[in-house]
Design a protein around this ligand. Structure first.
Ligand SMILES: Cc1cc2nc3c(=O)[nH]c(=O)nc-3n(C[C@H](O)[C@H](O)[C@H](O)COP(=O)(O)OP(=O)(O)OC[C@H]3O[C@@H](n4cnc5c(N)ncnc54)[C@H](O)[C@@H]3O)c2cc1C
Length: 338
């Protein structure tokens, strides 16, 4: 384990906002977890686990220790109950895991291609895209309970996944996820009815589909729709799509007939946050270096040099105008730190 002091986090978050951490603890292997708990025990400091920083917004400096799992690796464990199991280390890049499973002939993660971030963070918000969520292929994970200092295993039930939500998201900083095991079905089921995926595959017949082909199509769509954080700081979607009752959705539809609605389980409806933000006139808006992407109204961007606080103020103004117009509260998807 390496401990660095007074570290700039600008390169550790995809918004590329400046913030400093008092300490950065870089874990080079899962075995460093023991040394980490000893180190923390002697100090009265707040801590925060950070992967690639693609789902956080630092509003100010962090006065404690940032814990960064940097260990990688993907292992094929074998087949069990109609699925092939892969275990990946927390610091592995998510997209590299997707590519590794596809290279080994496995399917199930193709719709989740090109989501930035690490494997360890993926269960935290139950990452999802193109109609698939991590929970559909999650088997179990190992985490260090940082409060009790002991290793724990979580199966799907204990992980308690929801829409961009999990047990880990509801208990921030309690757990350091060390590895994640996925169960990928031996008989793949393609999920194409979302976000123009079927069109991007030129309506290819079922027999010509493969995980690699679907993954390519997902990568093409994502590259065309989302700003690349390497060029323009952002954290992907800044707000979750609000889930409301059917009655509230119908009342809104009568006032805004074009508002897109998606089924969200018994009696619940998901509204398009992007549509509402665009309708309020924010798409492409810019205030100094903070702005809203002209490509996608859900994506807040840093044009260069914006502070986390400036981005957060813009986010609050967007929330207020959507609440005024639609009577709906938008919740941020990234973790707001500070
Ligand atoms: C351009 C872009 C597109 C995106 N598209 C999508 C998308 O389609 N779908 C989607 O779901 N998300 C998307 N995201 C959000 C982001 O990629 C995911 O949330 C990703 O899982 C975050 O990974 P990370 O390693 O960067 O986590 P971080 O941002 O570093 O951390 C996120 C949260 O997870 C916690 N955490 C991180 N690692 C661990 C660990 N090992 N143990 C315990 N807690 C941990 C952190 O404390 C924090 O609360 C996008 C982001 C960007 C920038």
């Amino acid at each position: 384990m390496q401990i660095l002091e007074n570290v700039s986090l600008k390169r550790c978050n995809t918004f590329a906002v400046e913030a400093r951490a008092r300490y950065l603890a870089v874990l080079e292997s899962a075995a460093d977890a023991g040394a980490l708990t000893d180190w923390l025990a002697g100090r009265d400091l707040p801590w925060l686990v950070l992967g690639e920083g693609s789902n956080v917004l630092f509003r100010r400096d962090f006065p404690g220790v940032i814990i960064h799992p940097a260990f990688t690796g993907v292992e094929r464990l074998g087949e069990q109950a109609g699925a092939v199991h892969f275990r990946a280390a927390a610091g592995e890049r998510w997209h590299d895991l997707v590519m590794a499973t596809i290279a080994q002939g496995a399917a199930g993660l193709e719709n989740l291609s090109l989501i930035p971030g690490t494997v360890g963070a993926a269960p935290v918000q139950n990452i999802g895209a193109y109609g698939v969520e991590l929970q559909s292929c999650f088997h179990e994970l190992t985490a260090l309970d940082l409060r009790e200092g002991e290793l724990r295993r979580f199966d799907r039930e204990a992980a308690a996944f929801g829409y961009r939500d999990s047990h880990f998201k509801r208990h921030p900083d309690r757990y350091l996820i060390l590895d994640v095991t996925l169960a990928l079905p031996l008989e793949p089921v393609w999920r194409l009815d979302y976000g123009g995926l079927r069109d991007a595959l030129a309506n290819a017949p079922e027999t010509q589909l493969s995980a690699a082909r679907i993954s390519d199509a997902v990568c093409r769509i994502r590259r065309s729709k989302l700003p690349d954080p390497a060029r323009l700081g952002n954290a992907g979607s800044f707000f979750k799509n609000p889930v409301v009752s059917r009655a509230q959705a119908e009342a809104l539809r009568s006032r805004f007939p074009e508002l897109p609605l998606f089924p969200a389980g018994e009696g619940a409806v998901k509204l398009s946050a992007a549509w509402m933000i665009e309708r309020c006139g924010w798409k492409g808006y810019r205030r100094g270096a903070a702005g809203v992407s002209p490509q996608h109204a859900l994506v807040l961007v840093n044009h260069g040099g914006a502070s986390g606080e400036a981005i957060w103020r813009l986010a609050r103004d967007i929330q207020a105008s959507v609440a005024d117009t639609f009577g709906v509260e938008l919740s941020p998807e990234p973790r707001i730190v500070g």
